[in-house]
Design a protein around this ligand. Sequence first.
Ligand SMILES: [Zn+2]
Ligand SMILES: [Zn+2]
Length: 382
Amino acid sequence: MTADNENGHCNRVVSKSKPNPPPEMANSTIDDKCPSSYCMEIVWRNIFLMIILHVASVYGGYLGIFHARYRTVMFNYLYLILTGLGITAGAHRLWAHRSYEATTTLRIILMLFNCGALQNDILEWSRDHRVHHKFSETDADPHNSRRGFFFAHIGWLLCRKHPEVKNKGRTVSLKDIADDPVVQFQRRYYKPLATLFTFILPSIIPCACWNEDPIISIFASMTRYTLLLHATWLVNSAAHLWGNRPYDNGIQPVECKLVEIVALGEGYHNYHHIFPFDYSASEMTWLNDINFTTMTIDFLSWLGMVKNRKKVDHQTVAKRVQRTGNIQLYGLYQQQHQRSWWRHTPLTIMFMLFSPILALYIYRRFISYLYYLYFHIENRWP
Ligand SMILES: [Zn+2]
Ligand SMILES: [Zn+2]
């Protein structure tokens, strides 16, 4: 969903990220204060759509937990991961940062998964992301985290962009992405492709393949899409606010455990903002980190679909830490991550693929056991 809506209503909210006006201007009216003061325009259409989506998702979550077939839950969970890879391995690491090269077949597959994520087409997503990296934590950053958690997470999609985003955004080159025929094709047919891969196909497949109730299937799809949105948004909010900064103390992005897991390995954000061209978006790979996206890219490289993965060597990282980072914290961080590979790799696979279905199974068994106990006691009542 985009914030570029023409029906926005101006609420006269001056950006919090603007410096305070000088004392001599303190008594003037809001219009006199600063002719260029930012007037935040709320986009009510987007707020309405987000409310509808979230209400539908809560109902979808209820149906998923209590009524959906296990196969429907598993299908939606796997589809959530695949469409997540369309963002992390596709739009982010492949197109926005050019951190590795992919064959045409893989680019088509990632583009289709990206359509299922419905987060704007690859070109627009990459433009916002390059602007975010170049002008982090300024008015030109589309999801400027200095404006608070809510704005960085979802608020930036509920109002019109700050004029600086567009002004400074013009200085960011997108030619390399725009020249890709796969990106051009997606952009040309984005609306039908995104509708098909986000809602229509994932709603039809459970009904056609294992006779799922259509209502359950449709609402489960909404829940899956909403969960994906929040997982992606946490990179903009939590990974800029909640964590530590072993690589560079002077920047806002952090290493955030929660986001490492839910965003498929995109939580090593302090590192990523320093070395955005690193294909792993983290210093270490999936052998020492929980990084499902890197694991997938390495697997695709083994299949011959990926080449020229860019990686920063450890000496360069160590030099940077000496210059800008927290050496003590970095030492601790290294110790934690240098533990044997079996602590991370099986955990990554197990958590990513099996934990939700296992949790659901245990939960349903527990609920049915409670029901059994209740009726058992009821039947024996004199
Ligand atoms: Zn960031
Ligand atoms: Zn990035």
